[in-house]
Design a protein around this ligand. Structure first.
Ligand code: 5HY
Length: 264
């Protein structure tokens, strides 16, 4: 059984549950999905500030997952908050939904556009496109101009605004596919696909299938170079528990047998 931990970095439990349902709908028979969110942090992530704070919650959830023997992690927020920090903490694959969606979109189209929530978060997706090397493939990052929690509180209106922006992208951007730019849209993929008439790539489900592929190939996060486990270090104050004492062996558990551990 492959255990994939899907982490919703915001603290809205209803969105976490929705994301977990979407992940389970595409998971293979031998995959167990557990969906969690941090106890502390923003109820939605709509700014650089929200992203920074939520990253602490992401690494806390990965540390908990290491104790649970999780085989792979999905960071289910379109800003991929804490992605590289999380990768330092584990040998398991850690996949952000934006990164996953971009990869799959380039496999089915030469050009795609992103439709996210608020216009102020578009630059976050634009930064990721450049960071991951997909900027040339993305025509435009668009926003439906809906607060993230409208996906929970006013889903009908949110759906209509997302579809309208997707249709503008289809008719104006010269694209072959749409990428949904929010983990909270994970339950809308089929309905948006039908309404828009383009392939729609959704990050949570894309990340789950990529995680399954990496686990089946026994490929995990490299521990050679910048993603090696953090150097032992004392942390102070409210982060004291995040410190690693010299000699603390990183959790290996039975996963070492499943991830091709090279060298060390
Ligand atoms: C997300 N915020 O996927 C992002 C969407 C965004 O709380 N979950 C959030 O607009 O960046």
């Amino acid at each position: 059984m492959t255990h994939i931990r899907v982490i919703n970095p915001n603290t809205t439990a209803a969105m976490t549950e929705k994301i977990g349902i979407a992940a389970r709908q595409v998971a293979a028979a031998g995959t167990r999905i557990t969906a969690t969110n941090p106890a502390n942090g923003p109820v939605s992530i709509e700014s650089h500030f929200d992203e920074a704070i939520s990253a602490v919650g992401v690494v806390e959830e990965v540390r908990a997952g290491e104790r649970d023997g999780v085989d792979a992690y999905v960071i289910a927020c379109f800003g991929d908050p804490g992605l590289l920090a999380a990768r330092e903490l584990t040998r398991a694959p850690v996949i952000g939904i934006a990164e996953a969606a971009f990869h799959l979109a380039t496999l089915i189209s030469t050009r795609f556009s992103v439709v996210t929530t608020l216009g102020r978060t578009c630059v976050i997706a634009e930064h990721l496109l450049h960071s991951y090397g997909f900027a040339a493939h993305c025509r435009r990052v668009r926003a439906a101009e809906i607060p993230v929690l409208d996906l929970e509180d006013d889903p009908a209106c949110a759906f209509d605004r997302i579809v309208q922006e997707c249709l503008r992208a289809k008719h104006e951007d010269g694209i072959g596919a749409i990428v949904l730019g929010c983990g909270g849209m994970a339950d809308l993929t089929d309905a948006i696909t039908e309404a828009v008439g383009l392939p729609v790539v959704e990050g949570v489900t894309a990340a789950v299938k990529l995680a399954e592929s990496l686990v089946s190939l026994r490929l995990g996060t490299s521990k050679h170079g910048d993603l090696a486990f953090p150097r032992p270090k004392h942390f102070t104050g409210q982060f004291a528990h995040l410190g690693v004492a010299a000699g603390d062996a990183p959790p290996r558990g039975e996963r070492a047998a499943r991830v091709r551990v090279v060298g060390e």
